[in-house]
Structures are given as structure tokens and as C-alpha cells.
Design a protein. Structure first.
Length: 349
């Protein structure tokens, strides 16, 4: 990216300028101290020589000796200047490389963030265009028809409503992601794990019945400190995925247990599983493991797990997955029991 390269170049010049200023200041100070000592030594030797008794007629030799000392002083000064110049030249070369490396390291997080933002914008634009393109195509075909029956019009409107519902779901997911950086310490409070699980399950009672899926709950009486709404949303996302990707008459298990200073939550399904190559990417925005979980059978935009990860991160926890094709998946969330005042996370919906 040209903007980043330009910023790296400017920052490198700043770093190099600082290095060279420090090097020159050090060189000047060293030169003044060294030449001061040389001058003192020369003056002491000259005074000592001048105090010595010299036979008549040999005064010129004394003067020649003093001049030789002065010449040596001049040579020492020039040698010191050359050495300091070489040191500064070496500092310029090494400092330039170090300044460039440091500038790259300094701007790397910004570059990564800009690249991620660019990918996110491109993916979001693509996902937004898809339903709009479908609606436009259907409407254009209908307008070209000379005779559009009421049944055809109803079919067209129903299809458009489905696309509108997709747009609403996508915009809601994007809005949740946009709000994920908001922090509200007043929303943090102890929440019973069983209450979180029960609240999340209440959202999917109809879905569980429609898919004929058995739900097993295994939770103790522990509590976790956090924002109840966001933690419920995290469990709801994992439970929603488990239901979507589970075959009929299978079992989904949701559990929550305290272990030391942490609470471990888990949602396990008996679905198609996830390929090992997909697992490192499933928490990325808009990523869908199409080869192991068919997007033709399951709707969605790949935002849920990225939201879930953000919630876990805001609560200073971690979310992981264990899965293999044909053997189902287990999503695990590890949260600290207590949030310190400096941590206090929240994810508002």
C-alpha cells in the first residue's frame, strides 16, 4: 500500500534523524572532552619543558621539541575527527537499517488493520450486492413480461421479501460488529451460568422442535462476571450454529462448569463437522466452511462466530473449537470468573 510505504519512509527519516542527532551530540561531547584532555597534557608538557634549564645556544632545540609536541597534538585532533566521522557514517548506515525495521514494526498493526478493513469492506459490499442483484433481476424480468398474473406477482413479492430479510440479517450482524468495541463498565455484574444457558435456549425452542433435535444441558451453580446480554448472545450464536448444522433427531449438548478461576462453557453437536483446513479461519468475518458445511442448506453470512469471538475477547476469555468431518463439533469458551476494574467488557445489542 502506497500510503503505508510513504508513512514508513517518513517515519524512518524521523527515527534516523533522532539517531543521528544523538550520535552527533555524543560525538561533539566526546571531541570536546578528548581535545580538552589533549590540550591539558600539551600545556603541562610545554610548561615542564620551559621550566627546565637549557644551556646557552640550545634554546632552538627546546622550541623544536615544543613544536613537535604541537604537531602531534594537531595529528591527534585530526585522527579523532576522522574516527568520529567514520563512527557517524557507520551509525548512519546501521541506524538507517534499524530505523526502517523499527518503522515497519511500528506501522505493521496499522497496515494489518487497514488490510483487514479493506477485506471487510469488500466482503460486505459483495454480500450486500448479492440480494440486491437478485431483486433487481427478478423485477426486471417481471417488467419485461407483457402479462403478469396475480400469482406471478405474489411469487415475485415473496422472493423480494426473502431477499429483504437477508439484507436485514446482514445489516444487523454488521451493526453488532460495529458496536463490539463499546465498553460499559456499569453493565458488568455476576451472572449465573445456568441463567445464561436458559436464556439462550429460550430463543431456539421453536427451532429445536422444528428440527427434532434433542437438547441436553449440563451446568453447575457457578457464576461468571460479565455483561449478561453479550454472554447470552455468545451462547445463542454457538447454539444457533449447532442446531443449523445438526441432522434431525441428533443431540446438542450445552454445558457450563467452574474450574479454578475460570468458567468453561461448551456447545457440542453431532453435525457434519469442520475440515481441519477451515478451522483456523472460521472466526474470520464472512468466512464459511463451505466444503464441510453446505451454504446451500444453511443460510448465513459468516458473521456469527466472529461476533462470538469478539465477545469472548472483550471478556478476556478465549473461544476454541474441536471438530472433524462426520463427527460433529465442540465449541469451548473459557471465561475468567471475575473481571478486574481495568477489564470490564460489554457488547451492546
Amino acid at each position: 500500500m502506497r500510503l503505508i510505504q510513504s508513512a514508513v519512509f517518513r517515519l524512518t527519516l524521523w527515527y534516523l534523524g533522532i539517531i543521528m542527532v544523538l550520535s552527533l551530540v555524543f560525538s561533539v561531547a566526546l571531541f570536546r572532552v578528548s581535545t580538552g584532555q589533549m590540550d591539558n597534557n600539551f600545556n603541562n608538557q610545554r610548561d615542564a619543558i620551559e621550566r627546565l634549564p637549557v644551556p646557552i645556544g640550545l634554546e632552538s632545540r627546546r622550541d623544536d621539541y615544543i613544536q613537535a609536541l604541537a604537531d602531534e597534538l594537531g595529528d591527534a585532533r585530526r585522527s579523532l575527527v576522522l574516527r568520529l566521522a567514520a563512527l557517524n557514517l557507520l551509525t548512519l548506515v546501521i541506524g538507517g537499517g534499524a530505523a526502517y525495521w523499527l518503522a515497519r514494526r511500528t506501522l505493521e498493526p496499522i497496515e494489518n488493520a487497514m488490510e483487514a478493513q479493506g477485506r471487510f469492506t469488500a466482503d460486505a459490499s459483495h454480500e450486500l450486492r448479492t440480494p440486491l442483484t437478485a431483486m433487481r433481476s427478478e423485477i426486471e424480468v417481471a417488467l419485461r413480461a407483457h402479462h403478469l398474473s396475480a400469482a406471478d406477482a405474489r411469487t415475485l413479492l415473496s422472493s423480494n421479501l426473502e431477499e429483504i430479510a437477508k439484507l436485514e440479517a446482514l445489516s444487523a450482524g454488521l451493526l453488532r460488529l460495529a458496536r463490539s468495541d463499546q465498553l460499559d463498565p456499569t453493565a458488568v455484574a455476576p451472572v449465573p451460568v445456568r441463567q445464561l444457558i436458559e436464556t439462550a435456549i429460550d430463543r431456539f425452542q421453536a427451532q429445536l422442535s422444528g428440527h427434532h433435535i434433542n437438547l441436553e444441558v449440563d451446568a453447575d451453580d457457578s457464576s461468571v462476571e460479565g455483561d449478561a446480554a453479550s454472554l447470552t448472545e455468545l451462547l445463542a450464536i454457538l447454539l444457533d450454529n449447532a442446531i443449523k448444522y445438526s441432522p434431525e433427531k441428533s443431540t446438542v449438548t450445552i454445558s457450563g462448569h467452574a474450574s479454578g478461576q475460570s468458567v468453561n462453557l461448551a456447545v457440542a453437536d453431532q453435525g457434519a463437522g469442520i475440515n481441519a483446513s477451515d478451522i483456523p479461519h472460521i472466526f474470520e468475518r464472512f468466512y464459511r466452511a463451505d466444503r464441510s458445511r453446505s451454504k446451500e442448506q444453511v443460510s448465513g453470512y459468516g458473521l456469527g462466530l466472529s461476533i462470538a469471538k469478539r465477545i469472548a475477547d472483550l471478556h478476556h476469555g478465549a473461544i476454541t473449537v474441536e471438530s472433524s468431518p462426520g463427527r460433529g463439533s465442540v465449541f469451548r469458551v473459557k471465561l475468567p470468573v471475575t473481571q478486574t476494574p481495568a477489564q470490564h467488557p460489554v457488547f451492546r445489542f
